[in-house]
Structure formats: structure tokens, C-alpha cells
Write a protein that binds this ligand. Structure first.
Ligand code: SAM
Length: 285
């Protein structure tokens, strides 16, 4: 396990993932009934962007660094408010030193009745995650393989839930593993909202990945992608995507506002682009 998210925290991929995560949590809060957020690959939960590791790559400068102090159009501002307010709350004196990973972001948005389950396999990152939630009775951090947890912890006892699956994609076959593990989890908890993150880079099997989801014949699967640059000349990340299963009915419309805005702000070259479409869903119905 070589991957450490501290080197990437707040980058353009985190911006899309976390902005959407915040929309999904806000949507679940529209009903009083309690829900659970299961974060299968949690990381450490909170990132210090002034740390040696984060400074070494400076990836956040081309991510959240391009947004945090920007004037926003009103429609974008209201959609990004839960995400940006969470960041501002961690930096009460202004500036951008602390950045919430998915655990702190989700936790900050929960109500008293809601719960958060966090899985992290890296021993040192788990220790830090655990420390970051010490004494928090609404959150449980577990040192466990997130793929196992996806199966073992579903359905949640609340019977309402959001499952974020955000693996590092450092192993061969991770796209296929995501489809297969999701399919198993969905059979156990078909009413859950699932948000699955994946990287876009040169040679990535994206068409097969989307087709594999389509073949599951699950009614509502939305896809959102943001590439910040062309992938031809690089081996690194050129963008990222999210598969959202059982999305709120409002999400596609929101993404159609957010994605063009994020493309404009986060573009690194003229090949930046976005897509948002149903893999299975409304348009097939
Ligand atoms: N979700 C986090 C966020 O948005 O702030 C970032 C997670 S990072 C992309 C992926 C994390 O998964 C890393 O911290 C890595 O140590 C952890 N990890 C890798 N394999 C895992 C596994 N099988 N089960 C649980 N965690 C794993």
C-alpha cells in the first residue's frame, strides 16, 4: 500500500468528488429519518495543506486553491455552499490550511440522528483517522478492507444510506473490482445511494467500465466526469469520474450547472471537458 492521500488532498479530483458528496448528504437530509454514510476507503479524514507532503506536490493549488476565494455565480454558490462552508469552517482565520477529506466533510454535514462508518486499511492512516474522530459517538472508524466492509456492513440498520467508494486505483483490475463489489453490495442494499470514484487517464478502460455498469441492469445509474486536460501526452491523472447509483432526482440538473463551472475554473489546457449522462436511467425509461 503505497498510496497516501495527503499528497493529493484538495486536488481537482477531490473537488468534484467532495462537491458531489456534499450534495448527496444534503439531499438525504431532506427527510427526518436517520441515515448512515459508509466511506469504504476513508483516508485520514482531515488534511494539513501546509504539511511537507501536501506542499511537495502542491496539487491542491490547481484544485480547491482555484475556487476557495473566487466570486461565484449565485446558482453555483448555492450548490457549492455545503462543501465550501465546510472548508471555511476548518479555517476560521481565513486562508486554506486545513482541507476536509470525505470523512470530515460528511461528518460536518450530519445531523444528530445520522451515523458515519469509516474503513481504512493503511495502518498509519487508520491510526490518524481514528485519532481524528476520537470521542465522536456518531462516527466509527474501523481498520478493515473497504471491499469487505461494503458487503459486511450493508444494509445499514437505518435502512437509509450513502456509500462512498474511493479506492486508490493502485492495483491492476481495480475498475473491474469496483463493478463486481458494487454489484454484490447493491444486491444487499438496493435502495442505497452509491457514489463510486474512478480515475481518467491515458489507456484507462472507461468504455468497458461504463458498459459493465450498464449490463448490471440497475435502473438508475448516473455518470459525471471532469477532465482538466488532455490525456495523450501524460501518464498521470487527466480527470476523474463518479458513478452515482440511485441519485437524487435533482442531481443531474445540479451537475449540469456545476460541471461547466468546474471545467472553466479547473482547466489545465484546451482539452478540458465534462460529461454527465445516464448509464441506465431516465433516458432509457
Ligand atoms: N475518501 C478519501 C477522501 O475523499 O478524503 C480519500 C481516500 S484515498 C483516495 C484511498 C484510501 O484508501 C487510502 O487512504 C488508502 O490507504 C485506502 N485503502 C487502500 N486500499 C484499501 C482497502 N482495501 N480498504 C480500505 N482502505 C483502503
Amino acid at each position: 500500500m503505497n498510496y497516501r492521500h495527503i499528497y493529493h488532498a484538495g486536488n481537482f479530483a477531490d473537488v468534484l468528488k467532495h462537491a458531489v458528496l456534499a450534495r448527496l448528504v444534503e439531499y438525504l437530509k431532506q427527510k427526518d429519518k436517520a441515515f448512515r454514510v459508509l466511506d469504504t476507503h476513508a483516508g485520514i479524514g482531515l488534511y494539513d495543506l501546509s504539511s511537507e507532503e501536501a506542499q511537495k506536490t502542491g496539487e491542491w493549488l490547481d484544485g480547491i486553491g482555484r475556487l476557495i476565494d473566487e466570486p461565484l455565480p449565485a446558482n453555483v454558490a448555492s450548490l457549492l455552499a455545503p462543501y465550501l462552508d465546510a472548508i471555511k469552517a476548518l479555517n476560521p482565520d481565513g486562508g486554506l490550511t486545513y482541507y476536509p477529506g470525505s470523512p470530515k466533510l460528511a461528518r460536518g454535514l450530519l445531523r444528530l440522528q445520522d451515523r458515519l462508518s469509516l474503513m481504512e486499511l493503511h495502518p498509519a492512516d487508520f491510526e490518524e483517522l481514528h485519532r481524528n474522530f476520537d470521542g465522536d459517538f456518531q462516527t466509527r472508524a474501523t481498520h478493515l478492507d473497504g471491499w469487505l466492509a461494503m458487503n459486511a456492513h450493508l444494509p445499514p440498520k437505518e435502512k437509509r444510506g450513502l456509500i462512498l467508494v474511493d479506492p486508490p486505483f493502485e492495483l491492476e483490475g481495480e475498475y473491474r473490482r469496483m463493478v463486481d463489489n458494487f454489484a454484490k453490495a447493491y444486491r444487499k442494499f438496493p435502495t442505497g445511494v452509491y457514489c463510486l470514484w474512478y480515475p481518467l487517464k491515458n489507456g484507462a478502460p472507461i468504455r468497458e467500465f461504463h458498459n459493465a455498469f450498464a449490463e448490471l441492469e440497475i435502473p438508475k445509474i448516473l455518470c459525471a466526469e471532469l477532465s482538466v486536460k488532455g490525456d495523450r501526452d501524460s501518464t498521470g491523472l487527466s480527470g476523474s469520474g463518479l458513478i452515482i447509483v440511485n441519485p437524487p432526482y435533482t442531481l443531474k440538473g445540479e451537475l449540469e450547472i456545476l460541471l461547466p463551472f468546474l471545467e472553466e475554473k479547473l482547466a489545465q489546457d484546451r482539452f478540458a471537458n465534462t460529461r454527465c449522462f445516464w448509464i441506465r436511467g431516465e433516458e432509457q425509461a
